[in-house]
Design a protein around this ligand. Structure first.
Ligand code: SF4
Ligand code: SF4
Length: 372
């Protein structure tokens, strides 16, 4: 059984120690960072920088607390993520979302270079074969994975596994292209986008949201470039008229996530990764969408563990027990108290990513919750 350290987001006393930053400081002290990291050791703090409109990320104040705690034991932290958009633009997104050297107290470094092509092909599992790990994540000896827990278009639930899998891998490899990058987790290129002209009202949202310009309209007819599309599913998600259908295999996707996470973890020695899940601002979409909706679940708190599977299972267990918030997507979709909110919103078998991660030896679903 693994330990998951937890502090609630509820504040009962009017003092710093009871604030969330104060509680994170305490959690990190209890966990004992010196058990994982050494003086002078470079430690990557892997987070998601968000996007221009997705402001509900792991807040810079929390990253700052992790940086400060690492510095106190003499380690050398930096904050990192892989690029989703062009690297210079992505650094500006990080800056606009409050993540910069001044705010977090450590360098902000793109893990796979400004062009997103600094990566190393690593042998993976039976689904992916091989995958392009961001070279910085591949090479750094230690990492703290700071994950914002929320919903996700394909994964249903997005926490540490998704942060490692999608976030530790580049969009594309220099020669192999997107099929060796994070797109390989989606459908490995087999799914075809089907457009129903009758239902389409030509709002162009699908075209606008596509990160790869794989959709265009000519003479009021949708044209899709299946060679560059990495099957992220965004276009299907934003279509309000069910006019797009992108076939995919959810089970395969969940297992591929776990497989990629294992490949990333495999580039570290045992005991060199710590996981912090932030169950805050739990909104329906991923942090890479161009917007963030209001939360569907009230802030729950922060979890820390050295067991990837345990921290994910503990997070999910708390989400399942939570009630849907009013005036949110949960109430729009008539999710009732007692129902699994993220499952109702996305209808994806998200638990499979955790089960598969356990099956692959990444940890145990049996955990002991230690509350502070
Ligand atoms: S989002 Fe849907 S309705 Fe709008 S243009 Fe695309 S396919 Fe048509
Ligand atoms: S799935 Fe849709 S949004 Fe995603 S890359 Fe392909 S066309 Fe673009």
């Amino acid at each position: 059984m693994s330990k998951v350290y937890f502090s609630s987001a509820r504040v009962k006393k009017w003092r710093y120690e009871d604030s969330m930053p104060g509680k994170l400081e305490l959690l990190l002290k209890e966990v004992g960072l010196m058990n994982y990291f050494s003086p002078d050791e470079w430690v990557a703090i892997k987070t998601h920088f968000g996007s221009e409109g997705a402001h509900r990320i792991v807040r810079p104040i929390f990253l700052r607390k992790v940086v400060d705690a690492l510095r106190r034991i003499g380690a050398k932290p930096f904050v990192t993520d892989t690029v989703r958009i062009k690297g210079l633009d992505y650094l500006e997104v990080a800056n606009q979302n409050g993540i910069n050297h001044l705010s977090v107290g450590a360098p902000i470094v793109i893990a796979d270079g400004l062009y997103g092509k600094d990566n190393i092909m690593v042998k993976s599992g039976e689904i992916l074969g091989q995958i392009a790990i961001a070279s910085l994540i591949h090479d750094v000896p230690a990492m703290v994975v700071c994950s914002h827990v929320k919903g996700h278009i394909n994964a249903g639930y997005a926490g540490a596994i998704k942060n490692l899998a999608m976030g530790g891998v580049s969009s594309a490899h220099r020669t192999c292209g997107w099929k060796c990058g994070r797109g390989a987790m989606h459908t490995i290129g087999e799914g075809e986008l089907v457009w129903d002209k009758e239902k389409c009202e030509l709002c162009l949202q699908c075209k606008d949201i596509c990160p790869l310009d794989a959709i265009s309209f000519k003479d009021e007819k949708l044209e899709w470039d299946g060679n560059i599309c990495w099957r992220c599913g965004r276009c299907e998600r934003v279509c309000q008229n069910e006019s797009l259908r992108l076939s995919g295999d959810d089970d395969r996707f969940m297992r591929a996530l776990a497989e990629a996470a294992k490949t990333v973890v495999g580039t570290f020695e045992q005991g060199k990764i710590l996981y912090i899940n932030f169950l805050t601002e739990i909104q329906p979409e991923c942090d890479c969408m161009p917007m963030a909706d209001v939360p569907v679940i009230q802030d729950i708190g922060i979890m820390v563990s050295d067991d990837l599977v345990s921290v994910e299972q503990a997070s999910i267990d708390m989400l399942i027990k939570s009630e849907p918030l009013p005036d949110s997507m949960a109430s729009d979709k008539k999710v009732h108290a007692g129902e699994d909110i993220l499952l109702k919103l996305h209808n994806r078998p998200y638990m499979m990513q955790v089960e598969e991660a356990e099956h692959l030896g990444l940890g145990t679903r049996n955990y002991d919750l230690v509350e502070f």
